[in-house]
Design a protein around this ligand. Structure first.
Ligand code: BGC
Length: 546
């Protein structure tokens, strides 16, 4: 059979990102090269062979720029400088070159909606008098009420509390996230020019793409209207078109400017973190805008066949409509880890990050089983797949972190009613023994839970039944069976079953019901989520067949 007609030969004529597997590196917690307890570029470099062996096509590195880390680096002081705890620009360049040499692309995380309050622009702004042009790169306004003691609007911060903080001179500045993250004013030409220069800076250093943070933010309603009782939620902004500060039409002109710059380089891409209504997402994917946008519906779906079926059908169709492919995401640095999520009753609001942890409600084994099945479900779909570090190890949420180590602004801003996202950001276990389980020589910035030795990468690498082995096998098979084409046929195998067939002839079946089911007709079982599985497909198991 010639390569052109062999359905299992991975296409080489499509841009890599359309079908690529992107591994998300939360750099602070990936690997610590210098023993200071914080992950860094040298740590990541030393683990590139692990990522090659895992079989990923790219890494997306969470913000690595100079930052006080008030929000884990999403508060940037200087977009052209690497945070010294992580390394320096020369090391970043070496990392990109070495990763590329191993066939791995490198995607940086760009944070344009806000800077750090330590950014020179904000420092200049607050040192200047009210009305001074130095203030106009941010949203700094007079308050309302007697003496302007009330904030300019009733807008709420995503992390809790008001979105405005008062300066000593009486004016207020806007921060949709933490007070350490003042929102930039994108109507200001210098803000636009600066980000163009920053894009070029990293493109010139070989970066292969950008993940754009809060891509639906940036533009604000110039009339600054009140919003009433509306509340904000992390990764769950109200998905309304032309909301006062989300998903405004004006954002697209900005994106087109960025795309023009990227198109001046070979083979670069941008993926948007845009929390918008499904019918608005395609606007971000027009040919002169983003290449891709995260489809978060998959990670938001409860363990329910009908809901997963809808998410898959709609996600694939929406992307195809605009000539793109969907991005499938099971978890990331902002959500409860899937091994824990799937072990909780379906109606649990895991976004509230319970302070004590719903220990009584958690079924650990069930969560593990379902997480493995979910891996086959999302890795077999057409499009690109984003794997969050530690997902391949089946790490659970570390929800027993003591209050004194919690670092996520959500903890303070929620008045200690929500623990926040630290539980999915604990440093990775690499070895069964040694200081911080091989993460590095120092005390890790967040403690690793007892019992994580068994989950260490080196332990799992030698165990054919481990989660790591499942991911490795799935990624190897994916190249032949799931990344070779973009065809998808959703199959109806019963109300409790999610199933689809790919153009290559591969079929994925997941049993989300309570009873075992028969496997559909097949000539070969490629992979099962339960390595001990035999014969019929048990509840919460998945299989790839052909
Ligand atoms: C990032 C979060 C961050 C927020 C503010 C998000 O969407 O993923 O981790 O806290 O943007 O920058």
């Amino acid at each position: 059979m010639s390569e052109a007609t062999d359905p299992t030969s991975a296409g080489t004529d499509v841009p890599w990102w359309r079908r690529g597997v992107v591994y998300q590196v939360y750099i602070r917690s990936f690997a610590d090269g210098d023993g200071d307890g914080t992950g860094d570029i040298e740590g990541l470099r030393s683990r590139l062979p692990y990522l090659r062996d895992l079989g990923v096509d790219a890494v997306w590195i969470n913000p690595w720029y100079q930052s006080p880390l008030a929000d884990g680096g999403y508060d940037v002081t200087d977009y052209r400088v690497i945070e010294p705890r992580y390394g320096n620009v020369e090391q970043a360049e070496r990392l990109i070159a070495e990763a590329n040499g191993l066939g791995i692309k490198v995607i940086a995380d760009l944070v344009p909606n806000h800077s750090s309050d330590q950014h020179v622009w904000f420092q200049e702004a607050i040192a200047a008098a009210p009305g001074d042009p130095a203030r106009s790169r941010y949203h700094i306004r007079d308050g309302r009420g007697p003496d302007g003691a009330e904030p300019p609007t009733d807008w709420a911060s995503v992390f809790g509390g008001p979105a405005w903080t008062r300066l000593d001179d009486g004016q207020w500045y806007l921060h949709l996230f933490a007070p350490e993250q003042p929102d930039l004013n994108w109507d200001h030409p210098e803000v636009r020019d600066e980000f163009h220069a920053v894009l070029r800076f990293w493109l010139d250093r070989g970066i292969d793409g950008f993940r754009i943070d809060v891509a639906h933010g940036l533009v604000k309603d110039p009339t600054f209207p009140d919003l009433g009782a509306e509340t904000q939620q992390i990764l769950g902004s109200p998905r309304k078109a032309n909301h006062a500060h989300w998903d405004r039409d004006g954002v697209h002109e900005i994106v087109r400017g960025w795309r023009e710059i990227l198109d001046g380089y070979d083979d670069r891409m941008m993926v948007a973190e845009a929390w918008v209504a499904p019918n608005r997402l395609s606007l971000y994917l027009r040919p002169d805008e983003y290449h891709q946008s995260f489809n978060f519906s998959f990670l938001e779906s409860p363990w329910d066949a009908e809901q997963f079926g809808t998410v898959i059908t709609e996600g694939a169709a929406a992307a195809a409509e605009v000539g793109s492919t969907s991005t499938w995401v099971l978890s990331n640095h902002d959500v409860m880890r899937e091994t824990t999520r799937y072990g909780l009753p379906n109606d649990t609001n895991w976004r509230t990050w319970p302070v004590t942890g719903p220990v009584d409600a958690l079924d650990v084994d069930l969560g593990r089983r379902r997480a493995r099945a979910a891996a086959l479900l999302f890795l077999g779909l057409p499009g690109s797949a984003y794997i969050y570090q530690g997902e391949e190890l089946g790490l659970p949420e570390a929800w027993d972190l003591p209050a004194e180590v919690l670092d996520d602004p959500v903890w303070e801003r929620s008045g200690h009613t929500q623990k926040g996202r630290d539980g999915c950001r604990v440093p990775l276990p690499w070895t069964a023994d040694g200081p911080s389980l091989g993460f590095g020589d120092g005390k890790p910035w967040l403690p690793q839970p007892i019992g994580w030795s068994d989950l260490a990468a080196e332990v799992q690498a030698d165990d054919a039944a481990s989660s790591l082995s499942l991911y490795r096998m799935a990624l190897a098979l994916r190249r032949r069976w799931a990344a070779a084409d973009e065809e998808l046929e959703v199959l109806d195998l019963g109300a409790d079953v999610v199933a689809y067939r790919r153009g290559s002839g591969m079929t994925c079946v997941v049993n989300m019901g309570d009873e075992p089911i028969d496997l559909p007709e097949h000539t070969e079982i490629l992979l099962r989520s339960d390595p001990a599985g035999d014969g019929r497909l048990a509840p919460d198991d998945a299989v790839w067949l052909r």
